[in-house]
Design a protein around this ligand. Sequence first.
Ligand SMILES: [Zn+2]
Ligand SMILES: [Zn+2]
Length: 260
Amino acid sequence: MERLVDTHCHLAMEDFANDLAETLERARLAGVEKMLIVGSDEKGSLDAFDLVSRESSSRLFAAVGIHPHDSSSASDGIPDSVSELARHPIVVAVGETGLDYFYDHSPREVQKEVFALHIALARECAKPLVVHVRDAYDDAMEILRKEKTHDRGGVIHCFSGEMHHALAAIDLGFYISFAGPLSYPGNETLRKIAAGLPLERILCETDSPYLSPQPKRGKRNEPANVRFVYEELARVRGISAQACAETVRDNASRLFGWGG
Ligand SMILES: [Zn+2]
Ligand SMILES: [Zn+2]
């Protein structure tokens, strides 16, 4: 496969500190053409921005924001450093933000407030949102509806909700992104959702270093493995992996405005 995109990875994290160049080279050899480097707290957002600035190519782009796990750190507002970076051209999205009631690392009320602040920031910068939701789909959809995201919408990354949540998100202008769990044996329901949604609203990602796809499960994940996600998506939809990759690439370009 060629010209793949990984629409969500955390390459600026410590996990890649020792072999970032090799990781990027393996991604290149695996046909990965563009990657979105996502920040999940203030330092992570600055690091994602630094990594993308250093690379000086059209391969890497950044998203900046505060993950729901860390919402408590932004209860007085999104740090200025992060809001300023959100305006920079190499930052193509705001996030990751959202709600995570599985871990509940931050109080739910704080998570909701900080999520709303990110929606406002995305609107101000006219950039799409990267949304993380775990065990909180009803509340997340309600907030997206109430806070009125703008035309650019965003992506629900590593989707784990039900079909009606995916359709509601698409109605609100969002894309649905699938990661390694699409290939896990127990996830038949998720595969049915991936098979049933319009392909022009689907994205693929690794969420590296987390969630390695089935063939690499238990190991650190990396963008080169995104091909397994494309292969699984293609399999459930009964189309070729290359056709799948081409449509997803167009979808990502439309959403992030990062060129062909
Ligand atoms: Zn996430
Ligand atoms: Zn993530």
